[in-house]
Ligand binder design. Structure first.
Ligand SMILES: C[C@H](O)[C@@H](O)[C@@H](O)C(=O)CO
Ligand SMILES: [Mn+2]
Length: 585
């Protein structure tokens, strides 16, 4: 359960001043807490709880009592609120390990803004960066509404802070090792521990074989899952393999195996009550994995069914047990893409798409091979997002928001929408040239017009982690154009056409440059334009952003970032992140 601590600070002068401010100060705390709890949910759909200090904080003793309460309650961030002057270093939150924000009331009766400025200077001087929240318009002292601009900043801070809190203490479960020399699947514990507060668990892929052979899964659930799969996961024609295709008997056995893989990897991530109660306590405890990755290629896929079904189902918001939260499972054990998926998931509470960032199609090349002009969002060219069929089925875009394609938090998805995602997907027998052991890839085309954000974490020697972000839209191409382009690559894999928003500058000069500046072979794609939230989250974790197309007005970072430069925000971000280093040193 993630909780945010709210700290009402006050001018400590009793016998008049303090007493006159108590009510307004506590109102601010209650209003901020109510705003957060009524708007934000954790990834399981629970409202984010707020813990308010037992009293207003006028000096060190009360600051300490509040710190002790927050430690007991395990808050993941603090929000200090005040309408008045208070004593900076005597009232501030000194916990080095949690994100902090301060809301100074914009009023003239008592100078909340002066406190805000003074205490932020203290935060800067002590190396404890904090987010500054200050409304644009002066308010009346007795107002009972938080202004919209303040609301927006409190929520932007809180969304990212909740993500920080949800990751802390959880693990990345690496099933297998490095896939085909992909650097992102070299799972680096130093990065996870120091930057995210997470640990890494490493399990050999043979653990799956052991659990299948020794029957370490819920057999009743397996039976139910297999029946459900037969009804809901339509097998596609064997479009790749001709006479090398696997026989019907082989394919049937592969279906059984891939369903078992899904059960087993889920159990490895989160544990299983069934296993705990049925003689497999150790396996049943799981690995507290908020994200996982599966190597697959090639030591597994060269003789076993591939991981596509397991990855696609776990990454989706429903399965044979109904609608539920999506798991985060990175294909090819690309943990850096797994982390990117996790960031997007935690900020949006929706499923994350894993994909290769495969091909840039210029309008000219499309014209050449199809004779057609690209139009709409696609008019400046498109990037083909496609990987073997491991992408979440939510990416079909078959859910809707206001009549438009969307990917929603699982608690907003209807049974009908989950069914539509399944109905729009077929399962193509794997290309046995790539995957000798067979398996099935999800095959679908993402509906167009969805606002999405693609991001990617990269690790750079001498620099550390960096994040790149591209907001844009999914595109729907005319049937014939789609077919010609998709058929040139892998028509049995899930296909998303992506057009990043262009700014005309730097990496976003044109679509080609976005592709050319992408730092790795994969990207994580989430519903919505969540670039600003990703930037806020990255700053909390001291991870610089090396490329984004988010309007500078939406950028919200700790106030101390200004001291590292105000005209070149990108350079300032690098300097600040370097000066602070990882949070969990
Ligand atoms: C089948 C191939 O090996 C694919 O898995 C390959 O194109 C990738 O996805 C590389 O990231
Ligand atoms: Mn790939």
């Amino acid at each position: 359960m993630v909780k945010i601590g709210v700290r009402p600070t006050i001018d400590g002068r009793e016998k008049g001043i303090r007493e006159s401010l108590e009510e307004q100060t506590m109102w601010m705390a209650r209003a901020a807490a109510e705003l957060i709890t009524s708007n934000l949910k954790d990834r399981f759909g629970n409202p984010v709880e707020c813990v308010i200090a037992d009293s207003t904080i006028g000096g060190f003793a009360e600051a300490q009592a509040c710190a002790e309460k927050f430690a007991r309650e395990g808050v993941c961030a603090s929000l200090t609120v005040t309408p008045c002057w208070c004593y900076g270093s005597e009232t501030m939150d000194m916990d080095r390990h949690i994100p902090k924000a301060i809301w100074g009331f914009n009023g003239t009766e008592r100078p909340g803004a002066v406190y805000l400025a003074a205490v932020l200077a203290g935060h800067s001087q002590k190396g404890l960066p904090a987010f500054s929240i200050y409304g644009k318009d002066v308010q009346e002292a007795d107002c009972t509404e938080i202004p919209d601009d303040v609301k927006e900043k409190i929520l932007q801070f809180a969304r990212a802070a909740v993500a920080v809190g949800e990751m802390k203490g959880q693990s990345y479960l690496s099933v297998g090792n490095v896939a085909m020399g992909i650097a992102g699947s070299m799972v680096n514990p130093d990065f996870f521990e120091r930057y995210l507060g997470m640990r890494c668990e490493y399990k050999d892929m043979s653990e799956i074989i052991r659990r299948v052979e020794n029957g370490i899964y819920d057999k009743e659930e397996f039976k139910r899952a297999l029946e459900w799969v037969k009804e809901n996961c339509k097998e596609n024609d064997d479009i790749y393999n001709g006479e090398n295709g696997h026989s019907r008997e082989q394919k049937d056995a592969e279906w059984e195996y891939v369903v078992k893989m899904a059960l087993i990897v889920r159990d490895m991530m989160q544990g299983s009550e069934y296993l705990r109660n049925n003689g497999f306590n150790e396996e049943g405890m799981g690995n507290c994995a908020i994200a996982a990755g599966f190597q697959g290629q090639r030591q597994w896929t060269d003789f076993m069914p591939n991981g596509d079904f397991m990855e696609a189902m776990l990454n989706s918001s429903y399965d044979w047990n109904g609608i539920r939260h999506p798991y985060i499972v990175a294909t090819e054990n690309d943990c850096l893409n797994g982390v990117s998926m996790l960031f997007g998931h935690l900020l949006s509470n929706t499923a994350s798409i894993f994909s290769d960032v495969r091909t840039y199609w210029s309008p000219e090349a499309v014209k050449r091979v199809t004779g057609k002009e690209l139009t709409g969002y696609a008019k400046n060219g498109i990037i083909h997002l496609i990987n073997s069929g491991a992408a979440t089925l939510d990416a079909t875009g078959a859910q809707e928001k206001d009549g438009k394609p969307a990917m929603k938090p699982f608690w907003e998805i209807s049974e009908g929408e989950a069914q539509k995602c399944l109905d729009e997907t077929v399962w193509t027998p794997a290309n046995v040239g790539y995957f000798r052991g067979g398996g099935f890839s999800s095959t679908f085309r993402t509906r167009g017009g969805m606002p999405v954000t693609m991001c990617r974490m990269n690790l750079v020697a001498g620099l550390g982690p960096v994040l790149q972000i591209a907001e844009g839209y999914t595109c729907e191409l005319p049937e014939d154009v789609n077919k010609t382009l998709w058929d040139r690559t892998d028509p049995g894999w899930p296909c998303t056409w992506f057009a990043p928003n262009l700014t005309g500058e730097g990496a976003f000069r044109d679509v080609y440059s976005v592709m050319a500046h992408w730092g790795a072979n994969h990207g994580a794609i989430n519903y919505g334009h969540i670039g600003a939230d990703l930037i806020t989250l990255a700053s909390m974790l001291r991870i610089p952003v090396n490329m984004h197309n988010v309007d500078s007005k939406r950028i919200f970072r700790p106030s101390t970032w200004d001291a590292f430069g105000t005209s070149d925000l990108e350079g300032a971000d690098y300097r600040a992140c370097k000066a602070y280093g990882p949070v969990y040193k």
